[in-house]
Design a protein around this ligand. Structure first.
Ligand code: SAM
Length: 278
């Protein structure tokens, strides 16, 4: 396959943050599939919206994790399929899980893709872009590797995600312990990037429920997302145990019959690269 180029080095400033993200996902890889029901449902929905590919060029799934989405797409695609992720542990898991499938597993960063310009006809990504430093950089890279007329389909998380935890932490110590997710207006503005036809965007709210506050935090850890919430034992004047007790008490106020809710505000985006005639 000729689509691959050697990995480019990420900018130093973002390196340590990316390393932490990669390490957290690598650590979570073995147990990820057992805890990723929401991620799978989001990927399934994206699959129903993607256009059918027509040529024998490559498709790439960016932030492929254990390979669920790329393996489903590879079944209906004639060209090479690439699963790319920043976390080597996720790729090891993907390789094992899809052994015998002709999928190329590549370590790389969404913001600096190790792929040749104009080498791909379909770029997909599900629930990975919110980990990037810059949505603009992701879009620029997707536009660079796509052929004219090629498609990008991705899902990401917007403001409103993990709102229960965010507010609970605020009441514990007034600090922000949860990643900042992109406001919807910013998402729409950023999608008006040069080189693309107008984007189709579907916004949905999904919720998971857990029996206890501890289960809620454990579930985030199991999908590798613990770097977005500070440890209950970290910093602050209160001891770890007291901080957690207070967090738990505040989360309890959100309780519904199904359990403690965790909200995800999901954007599903479909965009087409300009053709040469546009
Ligand atoms: C929540 S998981 C989603 C995995 C998979 N797409 C799914 O839907 O199950 C996020 C994935 O994005 C990867 N990731 C995070 N930042 C990335 C980056 N800058 N470039 C490539 N992958 C990244 C993580 O390693 C992780 O595998």
């Amino acid at each position: 396959m000729t689509a691959m180029t050697p990995p480019r080095r990420a900018a130093a400033a973002g390196d340590s943050r990316r390393q932490r993200i990669a390490d957290a996902f690598s650590r979570a890889a073995a147990g990820y599939d057992g805890a990723a029901q929401l991620q799978q449902a989001v990927a399934d929905d994206l699959l129903t919206r993607l256009p059918q590919t027509a040529s024998r060029r490559a498709l790439v799934d960016i932030g492929c994790g254990t390979g669920y989405l790329v393996s489903r797409l590879a079944e209906r695609h004639d060209g090479p399929a690439i699963g790319l992720d920043i976390a080597p542990g996720m790729l090891d898991q993907a390789r094992r899980r899809h052994a015998g499938r002709s999928i190329h597993w590549v370590t790389g960063c969404a913001e600096s893709l190790p792929l040749a310009a104009g080498s791909v006809e379909l770029v997909v990504s599900s629930l990975a872009v919110q980990w990037c430093d810059s949505l603009e950089a992701f879009l620029r890279e997707a536009a660079r590797v796509l052929v004219p007329g090629g498609w990008l389909g991705f899902t990401t998380l917007c403001e409103g995600t993990l709102v229960e935890l965010q507010q609970a932490w605020q009441q514990v110590d007034g600090a922000i312990h949860v990643n900042e997710f992109l406001p919807e207006a910013r998402l729409f503005e950023t999608l008006r990037a040069p080189g693309w036809r107008p984007a189709e965007v579907v916004m949905t709210t999904r919720r998971t429920h857990h029996a206890t506050p501890a289960d809620t935090l454990r579930a985030l850890k199991r999908i590798g997302a613990n770097t977005i919430t500070a440890s209950a034992a970290a910093g602050g004047g209160l001891s770890g145990r007291r901080r957690f007790a207070r967090l738990a008490q505040t989360l309890e106020r959100w309780r519904e019959p199904a359990g403690i809710p965790t909200r995800y505000r999901v954007a599903t985006v479909l965009m087409q690269r300009h053709t040469q005639q546009d």
